[in-house]
Ligand binder design. Structure first.
Ligand SMILES: [Cu+2]
Length: 177
């Protein structure tokens, strides 16, 4: 075998090995996706886990275990503008034994993602220039506006602070559970 041909074979083998490592690395990354963080609506016109922390790219799954529909709309407290991308809606479920509806969103960058349900809350301009959700006057029985906050972060302490229910897709004792 000539030296040139030998070198070519070695290079080909090396390239193959590098490609195999790249494929294995990709497969490894895909085989361990970030588990979703769940936010539940289960009958009180509130987001049960109204503050959660997630990693960039980690899915947040809103689960409607209520009979009624809800929306999940991002807004900017500084400007009052609502988000075009963070704009979800979930249908209610008729009762036990029926499937639940969900809405999933991921955020690429770290930051604070405020949201509210436009059915049960409305945005109001506050003194000082901030906008925050208020309970809709037409919604009875609940004092708090239906809103929440997603903290997108890589901070391990924040990520470990999520309530235990945020790791469960379906909570028992509610519709769909
Ligand atoms: Cu709602």
């Amino acid at each position: 075998m000539s030296a040139t041909r030998l070198r070519k074979q070695v290079l080909t083998a090396a390239a193959g090995a590098i490609a195999a490592i790249a494929v294995a690395g990709g497969a490894c990354a895909r085989s361990a996706p970030l588990p979703p963080v769940y936010v539940h609506m289960n009958g009180a016109n509130e987001f049960l886990e109204n503050v959660v922390a997630v990693r960039p790219g980690q899915p947040v799954v809103f689960v409607d275990q209520d009979t009624g529909p809800h929306t999940v709309v991002g807004y900017n407290p500084a400007t009052g503008a609502t988000s075009k991308r963070f704009d979800g809606a979930v249908e209610g479920t008729p009762g036990p034994g029926h499937p639940v509806h969900t809405y999933t969103i991921r955020f690429r960058h770290a930051g604070l993602k405020f949201y509210y349900c436009s059915i049960h809350a409305e945005l109001a301009h506050e003194p000082g220039g901030v906008t925050s959700p208020k309970k809709r006057p037409t919604v009875h029985g609940f004092g708090d506006p239906m809103d929440g906050l997603i903290i997108v972060t890589t901070d391990a302490h924040l990520l470990a602070s999520n309530p235990a229910t945020s790791r469960q897709r379906i909570l028992p004792h509610y519709f769909g559970g």
